[in-house]
Write a protein that binds this ligand. Structure first.
Ligand code: AHR
Ligand code: AHR
Length: 497
């Protein structure tokens, strides 16, 4: 197979660093036993797993969403503050098990500070009220001599947390959600929550619940578009089939473009897309797990094929960076987790390594990039009882994104050969950029697309790197492989962004 890439030395836009965000929820072993494990020998004095914390730091998590997900819709934030031994133990009726509330707002904020992430809180629209949301905002962000701001100070946090990102509700369009309602009901609640929350703290940004349904999304945008900053969309894909999984990134691209066109048609151009839940999810059915074990864990094992889906998502998000302002993988640890833990060990899945390569080796300035490659047609219908079927006429076997890192004067070309069996001979044209003589190549691949890392073999799928001469204009990408090629520049690039 052959492909052509032409890199133009022209800056065409900026990529929000927030697209590499994450999400943690009180679900299975995501928080307790994953992020926070007071009994573990690997925990620090705050109860945070040090190995997980270090791994998350390495991929510079820019924004972290909490406490859910579905859990957020039944969460009362006041249960999770104050002395830990006095916090109520409650039944987590959303995902099963007992919620000890030992990880609450103060622990979450401390965690975000430790990993350098912006906190993103989701307020409850299920059993929660407007009052509760405003009190939470006061607790977090205000310095007034009033009840909840004083409460934060009493608990040892004199400075306001200044939480910038606030989600109003979660997936309330779905019958599984506590607080399920119609688009009109939601749009009016959202308008009120956003209006009063912004009156309390005008510096915050509001993320509205989008449904990946034009009728719902249009209702929300028309009724409350003026008071929101983001509209969300969630996408879970994948199956045991390789092409169904990797092609799904291009279905996601279509859904994101559709949402962008709705934003444009309502003239709400200030609204960005928050793609705040995305991942591969097809093996563990929450209803079956709840029936069998009483607790939902969703511990999906991830392989190279799932990582290539993630790489495809980032290529898509680079292309759509004018409209997508944030994205959050669902989820960070154990539950649908890109990191897995046991009592005394941690495993980084191939999806983690895709974050590593994109976060640490691509830039935040988008460059002009033309890609010519073969494509295939697909009909996919396998995600948990066929909930996520799609059909696409033209899915590329090869795709690429060119970016630029001004702080290092380095151009970066991310390329994926999605072909399962054939290598791809790529002719790369760098003639429009002042490329140096030698680049650094980072590669993520494995002999088998179903290869993954586990506790016995944690390093089966890991990135490797080598120096490459840039005098050659053709490169051979092995089948099912992600490459990130860093190109040091010997001059400057045109265009302003
Ligand atoms: O990430 C798991 C769940 O998927 C989230 O709680 C929910 O928002 C979505 O349905
Ligand atoms: O797709 C949404 C998910 O479907 C919910 O999070 C889960 O509870 C349901 O089975």
């Amino acid at each position: 197979m052959n492909a052509h890439v032409k890199v133009w030395g022209v800056k065409t836009g900026t990529i929000s660093p927030l697209i590499y965000g994450h999400f943690i929820e009180h679900l299975g072993r995501c928080i307790y036993g994953g992020v926070f494990d007071e009994d573990s020998p690997l925990a620090d004095s705050s109860g945070f797993r040090k190995d997980v914390l270090e791994a998350v730091r390495r991929i510079k998590c820019p924004v972290l969403r909490w406490p859910g997900g579905n859990f957020a819709s039944a969460y009362h934030w006041e249960d999770g503050i104050g002395p830990r031994e006095r916090r109520p133990k409650l039944i987590n009726y959303v995902w099963g098990g007992i919620e000890t509330n030992r990880f609450g707002t103060d622990e979450f904020i401390e965690y975000c500070r430790r990993i350098g992430a912006e906190p993103y809180l989701a307020v409850s629209l299920g059993t929660g009220t407007l009052d509760e949301a405003l009190h939470w905002l006061e607790y977090c962000n205000l310095d007034t001599p009033t009840k909840y701001a004083e409460m934060r100070k009493t608990f040892g946090h004199p400075e306001p947390y200044r939480v910038k990102y606030w989600g109003v509700g979660n997936e309330v369009y779905g019958p599984w959600q506590v607080g399920h309602c119609s688009a009109r009901e939601y749009a009016e609640k959202l308008r009120q929550f956003a209006m009063f929350m912004k009156a309390l703290d005008p510096s915050i940004q509001i993320i509205a619940v989008g449904a990946d349904d034009p009728e719902w999304d249009l209702t929300v945008l028309k009724h409350a578009g003026k008071v929101i900053d983001f509209i969300s969309i969630h996408q879970y894909h994948g199956s045991e089939d390789y092409y169904e999984t990797v092609a799904a990134a291009y279905y996601v691209e279509e859904r994101l473009k559709l949402l962008a066109s709705l934003i444009k048609s309502t003239r709400m151009d200030h609204v960005k897309i928050a793609f705040d839940e995305w991942n591969v999810w097809y093996q563990v059915d929450p209803e079956e797990e709840a029936r069998e074990k009483g607790i939902v864990y969703l511990e999906e094992p991830y392989t190279l094929k799932d990582a290539l889906f993630a790489a495809g998502i980032f290529l898509v998000l680079h292309r759509l960076s004018d409209v997508v302002g944030m994205a959050n993988l669902a989820q960070m640890v154990n539950a649908l987790g890109m990191i897995k833990t046991q009592k005394d060990a941690m495993v980084l899945t191939p999806i983690y390594h895709v974050f590593d390569l994109f976060v640490n080796h691509t830039g935040t300035v988008r460059l002009g990039c033309e890609v010519l490659a073969d494509s295939y047609a697909i009909r996919a219908k396998s995600f948990l009882k066929g909930r996520s079927s799609f059909a696409l006429e033209r899915v590329p076997y090869f795709d690429a994104s060119a970016t630029y890192d001004p702080s290092r004067n380095v151009l970066s070309l991310a390329m994926v050969n999605f072909h399962r069996d054939e290598p791809c001979e790529v002719a790369v044209d760098f003639s429009d950029v002042p490329a140096g003589k030698e680049g650094q190549l980072f590669e993520l691949t494995a002999p088998d697309v179903l290869a993954g890392n586990d506790f016995a073999s944690p390093n089966r799928v890991v990135p490797v790197s080598r120096a490459v001469a840039l005098s050659e204009s053709s490169y051979s990408l092995p089948p099912h492989t992600l490459w990130v090629l860093e190109v040091p520049l010997e001059g400057t690039l045109g265009g302003t962004v």
